[in-house]
Design a protein around this ligand. Structure first.
Ligand SMILES: Cc1cc2nc3c(=O)[nH]c(=O)nc-3n(C[C@H](O)[C@H](O)[C@H](O)COP(=O)(O)OP(=O)(O)OC[C@H]3O[C@@H](n4cnc5c(N)ncnc54)[C@H](O)[C@@H]3O)c2cc1C
Length: 151
């Protein structure tokens, strides 16, 4: 059975997943990139080192973001959201990084990657020192959700 997710189910999926795909488009080129994120019920938060994704998002901040959970080929839930990329500075960036750590630390611990918050921070910032890392949020404007459930 195919169907549409309710707003509550959309929020649940965004809260429970940690990997999404940012679709960006700038200067005639489209780029879809997997990233980790945290969701606070209003914004998606992420971090990125300098590179193609960040350059495109700075030129053209309107994004499409996709998240899914799949337990089988005909058993899945998926959310597609449109929003605006906003780079954060100062206290807002610190708060966003802490939110990301809160969300990812239990997973990093359970996977044996990091036992402490400091170690988790190091793991998250492996691509660049924290001061050269862009911390961003995506302000969501529109979300749709679909699912398929096998009988
Ligand atoms: C599950 C998962 C979670 C991730 N979480 C994050 C995150 O939270 N933050 C973050 O910054 N990055 C994350 N990454 C890595 C991310 O997907 C990019 O590889 C990375 O951010 C570099 O992107 P960039 O545009 O700066 O690439 P650049 O270093 O500028 O390189 C651009 C070139 O590399 C290719 N390329 C870049 N990334 C990929 C890729 N993933 N697969 C294949 N080709 C690629 C592009 O096609 C392009 O040709 C994650 C990856 C995965 C799989």
């Amino acid at each position: 059975m195919l169907g549409e997710l309710t707003r509550e189910q959309i929020d649940h999926l965004l809260h429970s997943e940690v990997v999404g795909r940012i679709g960006c488009h700038a200067e005639g080129r489209t780029y879809v990139v997997p990233v980790n994120y945290a969701y606070d019920g209003e914004f998606l938060y992420g971090h990125a080192a300098d590179g193609m994704k960040l350059q495109m998002l700075r030129v053209s901040p309107e994004v499409c973001f996709e998240v899914d959970h799949r337990t089988g080929l005909s058993d899945w839930q998926s959310v597609i959201a449109w929003g605006t990329f906003e780079e954060l500075q100062g206290d807002e960036a610190t708060r966003a990084m802490e939110l990301l750590l809160d969300r990812l630390l239990p997973l990093l611990v359970s996977e044996g990657v990091a036992a402490t918050r400091d170690k988790a921070r190091e793991t998250l910032t492996v691509a660049a020192p924290v001061e050269r890392l862009a911390i961003y949020r995506i302000r969501l404007h529109e979300c749709t959700g679909r699912f398929e459930k096998s009988a």
